[in-house]
Write a protein that binds this ligand. Structure first.
Ligand code: GDP
Ligand code: ZN
Length: 432
């Protein structure tokens, strides 16, 4: 493969042969790998610039190949003469866009998740996006590690099958390795699930009787007048959605239309239908009660939450209008948080915001890994089956390990098509 070079923000990756050529031209000989050296860069005729340079032998480099970086003063004249000088060397050419990443991928230094993560990192605009991109890259690295560990375990079970009692090896050690891998996968699944939610945003739904103060609370949370506040019940006919960043995660808060069974017209019942869909998709439901909400009504709201929302949905109870000194219906909610608020004066609104932030953090723990959690779960299931199999049957354990490995291979996308790769590398190159 030819040596390639690129001009990027003053640094110039080139290969060792090029580097030695420069070394020869500079007349210096005290270069050490991975050590930055000050040198006068020369071409055949004259000194180009005073530069700092370092060379790094493969495979422990970004692309896995020998790499050199030369830091010159950023003037156009300097960069141009350097490029001319490099381009004039035998079997050296300028890198195509995205070529360094592509080489890293082909040399097995990066898996597809890392490449995609890198793409997203370059693209990222918000802190959440940046964190998620890192989770994707870390996940890529980790799945390559798991792939290699599984290969080792499989090799071990083969040895046990082939040589049985002749080797000082038992399935116990393989089972121990499987055990720890199962634990690590469980962590990765949990983290990836949360990261996926952070990626798509958290859905929060305000649920309560008309006039309980949902719109007022939403306005307080969002610091702006997005919802219509009115003294007439049923004003918020449609579901109003507000985007809000809570605890660094994008959230969509929906103010549902009053879920009244006695909907007066079609517009309203359409609104109710949509509100119900929102509750089904909610990660967090906030039931807003005010002192006029009766016990029966409060129980109805709870019933709606229990009937419609998914099993993992969190519940916050807000007792709004605490300024109105009257009591609240005594209903025993098994809520994740209970907060008292006054949406007019903003009393308790900060506490509500904190409660939401705590719950969001619980739903999306640190995005350590962002991987396809379905594939991870399938891999873990195979490993669990391996653990459940008869204690000394190496063949059965091996079969499960191989199926687990296939799931991981799918994850690291060793089987991805050239077409898909071309598209990804093109996008990276445009962003680089
Ligand atoms: P929604 O129908 O649930 O969206 O309720 P709104 O936000 O439209 O509020 C209905 C009425 O209650 C409005 O007149 C609000 O000003 C009033 N309101 C909202 N929150 C409070 C509160 O905490 N205390 C008092 N006293 N009035 C409130
Ligand atoms: Zn409203």
């Amino acid at each position: 493969m030819s040596t390639i070079f690129a001009m990027c923000s003053g640094s110039l990756p080139a290969a060792i042969s090029v580097f030695f050529e420069f070394q020869r031209l500079s007349g210096k000989s005290n270069w050490k790998p991975r050590q930055m050296t000050y040198t006068k860069l020369r071409d055949q005729r004259e000194i180009i610039d005073h530069a700092m340079a370092v060379f790094m032998p493969g495979p422990h480099t970004f692309t896995g190949e020998d790499t050199a970086e030369i830091f010159v003063h950023g003037s156009l004249a300097v960069v141009n003469s350097l490029a001319e000088c490099l381009g004039g060397m035998e079997d050296v050419r300028e890198a195509k866009r995205g070529e360094f990443t592509r080489r890293a991928f082909y040399n097995g230094k990066m898996d597809l998740n890392e490449v995609r993560g890198l793409e997203n990192l370059i693209r990222s605009k918000t802190q959440t996006q940046r964190r998620l991109a890192f989770g994707q890259m870390r996940g890529g690295e980790k799945s390559v590690e798991i792939r290699d560990r599984l290969a080792e375990m499989i090799a071990k079970t083969f040895t046990i099958m082939d040589f049985g009692e002749h080797v000082e090896m038992s399935l116990d050690s393989v089972r121990d390795s499987i055990h720890s891998l199962v634990d690590e996968l469980s962590e990765m699944i949990k983290s990836s699930r949360g990261a996926e939610k952070a990626q798509r945003g958290i859905n929060i739904v305000l649920l309560g009787r008309p006039n309980s103060g949902k719109s007022s609370l939403l306005n307080r949370l969002a610091h702006r007048d997005v919802a219509i506040v009115s003294k007439l019940p049923g004003t918020t006919r449609d579901s109003l959605e507000t985007s809000l960043e809570i605890g660094g995660v994008g959230c969509r808060i929906t103010d549902t239309a009053g879920l009244r069974d006695d909907a007066v017209d079609e517009v309203e019942s359409e609104g109710i239908r949509r509100a119900k869909k929102k509750i089904v998709a909610a990660d967090v439901v906030v039931i807003v009660l005010d002192p006029t909400t009766s016990e029966v009504q409060a129980k109805e709201l709870l019933q709606t939450f229990e009937d419609l929302s998914h099993a993992d949905a969190k519940l916050i109870i807000v007792r709004n209008k605490i300024d109105l000194k009257s009591g609240f219906a005594a209903v025993n909610f098994e809520a994740d948080k209970v907060v008292g608020t006054n949406a007019l004066s903003s009393d308790g609104v900060d506490t509500l915001r904190e409660a939401l932030s705590d719950i969001v953090a619980e739903i999306c723990p640190e995005a350590t890994y962002l991987l396809d959690h379905r594939l991870l779960s399938e891999c873990r299931d195979e490993l669990l089956l391996a653990l459940e199999s008869p204690k000394n049957d190496a063949a059965i354990v091996c079969g499960h390990l191989e199926r687990a490995q296939a799931r991981i291979a799918e994850l690291t996308s060793s089987s991805v098509t050239e077409d898909v790769l071309d598209k990804i590398f093109f996008r990276i190159s445009v962003l680089e």
